[in-house]
Design a protein around this ligand. Structure first.
Ligand SMILES: C[S@@+](CC[C@H](N)C(=O)[O-])C[C@H]1O[C@@H](n2cnc3c(N)ncnc32)[C@H](O)[C@@H]1O
Length: 247
């Protein structure tokens, strides 16, 4: 089982295997709206990229980028300014190979293999290859990734390591599994403890604490669909989302 391929399946992609579809099937039987939530998260990510690009940001770092699913970050960013640069990072060699083959073709687009839990390794790669100019603002997207980082792996320290390198006016957008999800869903997820699908869903307050040092944009840390439109349904699996800015 591979979380990126499970997610790809939920988004309607074609890169999953039987074992991934089995896991997705189990998740869908306990929470059929997961596909909808996945699409909310995707729409939110693209909205955040658009917002940062409209504010003048021209460098994008998609951490835990997953298997490419059009439109991608660079398609949105380069539509606003063709000179925008985008770096996709994932720790999964299979995902990285997909990104390298499918995404790193247009000018200004690169795919890197990197583990978010080792932020300095990623920052060193970015600096050594001069892919990102940290004197200029950067927009980081971490969509559906931070809940794979356990408390013992210091998610706040990871965010701080990136934050400290960012120029003022940089953006960070995240989605994060929420403890406001229905109990039966949290119970199903608890069954993944000790496997590669293990997650640490957090309360909105815990997620906000991880974003310390950034200025949270309105409406703050809220279910992802609240960022999109007022008429979208609530879901029993709640993904919180936030966009913040480095002052
Ligand atoms: C649920 S998918 C989300 C993919 C993409 N961000 C999106 O929203 O479409 C989670 C992705 O995060 C990646 N990931 C999980 N933990 C990671 C880590 N520690 N470092 C880098 N990537 C990670 C997985 O390989 C997977 O591709």
């Amino acid at each position: 089982m591979n979380s990126a391929r499970v997610y790809d399946y939920l988004l309607g992609g074609k890169d999953s295997q039987d074992i991934d579809r089995d896991v997705a099937g189990q998740m869908l039987s306990s929470a059929p709206e997961i596909k909808t939530v996945a699409w909310f998260c995707r729409s939110f990510a693209l909205k955040a990229v658009e917002m940062a690009a409209d504010a003048g940001v021209r460098q994008f770092l998609d951490l835990g980028s997953g298997i490419p699913n059009s439109p991608n970050v660079h398609e949105v960013a380069q539509e606003i300014d063709p000179s925008a640069r985008v770096v996709y990072v994932d720790y999964d060699p299979v995902v990285h190979a997909h990104c390298d083959a499918l995404l790193a073709k247009p000018d200004g687009v690169t795919a890197l293999l990197g583990d978010v839990r080792r932020p300095h390794d990623i920052l060193d790669q970015l600096k050594n290859h001069t892919l990102i100019d940290f004197n200029e603002p950067v927009a980081i997207t971490l969509i559906g990734v931070l809940h794979y980082v356990m408390d013992s792996e210091d998610p706040a320290g990871i965010i701080a390591a990136f934050r400290d390198q960012l120029a003022p006016g940089s953006y960070l957008a995240i989605t994060h599994g929420s403890l406001d999800s229905a109990q039966e869903i949290l119970q199903v997820l608890a069954g993944n403890k000790g496997t590669s699908a293990q997650v640490a869903f957090r309360s909105p307050a815990q997620t906000e604490a991880i974003l310390a040092g950034f200025e949270l944009l309105e409406p703050g840390v809220v279910p992802v669909q609240h960022w999109l439109r007022p008429d979208l349904p609530e879901t029993r699996m709640v993904m919180d989302a936030a966009i913040c800015r480095k002052p």
